[in-house]
Design a protein around this ligand. Structure first.
Ligand SMILES: O=C(O)C(=O)C[C@]1(C(=O)O)C=C[C@@H](O)C=C1
Length: 269
C-alpha cells in the first residue's frame, strides 16, 4: 500500500518537487505546522518541510515547530536546487508590474532583482499560493517554481532571478517512525545550556571533538525564554543507535538544560 506524504502546497511549490522524489501519494497542506500536524495526528505517514536555504539560511518556522510544538522524527533529507522565476499573467511586461508576491524565503533569495525593478514585495504562505493569487491582474507578479506558472496558466517573464546562481534548499522528511542505521547517517539534535558562563558551549562542542565526530551544521534560535537565551540546533555524522553516538548523547544530556534528539537519517547524496 502506498504511504501518504504531506507537503506545503498548493501544487507547484518547491516542497511539492521535493516530495515528488519520495514517489508516494502526495497531499498538500497550507502551512508548515499543518504539514507537521498531519503526521503527528496519523493522517499522513510522512511529511516534508523545508529547513534551510543556501542563500537565506534557516526556515525559522520549521526549526521552532520541531523544537516547541511537535514530537516528530527526522527520517530523511532531500536537497534540491532552486531556480526562482518571475511569474506573470500572459502578455504582462516588466513595466506593468508594481507588486510581487511570494513566500518570505523566495522574496529574500531575490532581493537584488526586486530592488532593481522597484517592486513592492508581499509575503504569502508559499510560492505556489502567490502564483494562484495573481491570476487576472497584470500589475502583479509572483516568484516561484516553473511548475506553478504552468498549473495556473501564467507565464515566466524571467528565470534564475535569485541573487546567487547556486541556490539550494534542504528539506527534511518527518515521521513518527524511527530509522535503522545505514552506515551513511546524520543525526540532528537540539539543546540549551544551563547558565551563560565562559566555555559553556565550548564544553558541549568539545564532546564531539573528544569522540572525533564531525559536525555538519550548528545554528542558534531564540529559546523564547527571554533575550540572550538560545536553543542550539546541531547536525553531525553518525546514527543515534551507533555506540559512539550513544555516548555523545549521554554526555550532552548530562551537560544541558534541555535536550532533544530530532532523528537520524541517511545523508542526501
Ligand atoms: O513556497 C514554496 O515553494 C516552498 O516549498 C517553501 C520554500 C521555503 O520555505 O524555503 C521552499 C524552497 C524555497 O527556498 C522557497 C520556499
Amino acid at each position: 500500500m502506498k504511504e501518504i506524504v504531506s507537503f506545503l502546497g498548493p501544487k507547484g511549490t518547491f516542497s511539492h518537487e521535493a516530495a515528488s522524489i519520495l514517489g508516494h501519494d502526495l497531499v498538500p497542506f497550507c502551512t508548515i505546522p499543518a504539514v507537521m500536524e498531519s503526521v503527528e495526528s496519523g493522517q499522513c505517514a510522512k511529511g516534508i518541510v523545508p529547513i534551510e536555504n543556501s542563500i537565506e539560511g534557516p526556515v525559522g518556522i520549521t526549526l521552532d515547530s520541531l523544537a516547541h510544538e511537535f514530537d516528530l522524527n527526522i527520517i530523511g533529507e532531500i536537497v534540491i536546487s532552486i531556480n526562482q522565476n518571475l511569474i506573470v499573467n500572459p502578455g504582462s511586461k516588466i513595466e506593468d508590474i508594481e507588486d510581487v508576491y511570494s513566500h518570505q524565503q523566495a522574496i529574500s533569495q531575490c532581493q537584488s532583482f526586486i530592488s532593481k525593478h522597484s517592486l513592492q514585495p508581499h509575503y504569502t504562505v508559499s510560492t505556489a499560493s502567490a502564483a494562484k493569487s495573481i491570476v487576472g491582474d497584470k500589475s502583479k507578479a509572483a516568484i516561484g517554481h516553473v511548475k506553478s506558472a504552468e498549473l495556473y496558466d501564467l507565464e515566466i517573464l524571467e528565470s534564475n532571478i535569485q541573487d546567487i546562481d547556486n541556490n539550494a534548499t534542504r528539506f527534511v522528511v518527518l515521521s513518527k517512525e524511527e530509522t535503522a542505521p545505514t552506515g551513511n547517517d546524520k543525526t540532528s539534535i537540539i539543546f540549551s545550556i544551563y547558565e551563560d558562563h565562559p566555555g559553556a558551549l565550548y564544553n558541549i562542542l568539545g564532546i564531539f571533538e573528544k569522540y572525533n565526530i564531525n559536525l555538519t551544521k550548528i545554528e542558534s534560535r531564540p529559546s523564547k525564554q527571554g533575550l540572550g537565551k538560545y536553543l542550539f540546533f546541531v547536525d553531525f555524522y553518525g546514527h543515534y543507535k551507533d555506540d559512539i553516538i550513544k555516548k555523545i548523547i549521554m554526555d550532552i544530556d548530562d551537560d544541558t538544560y534541555f535536550f532533544k534528539v530530532l532523528g537520524s537519517y541517511p545523508e542526501f547524496r
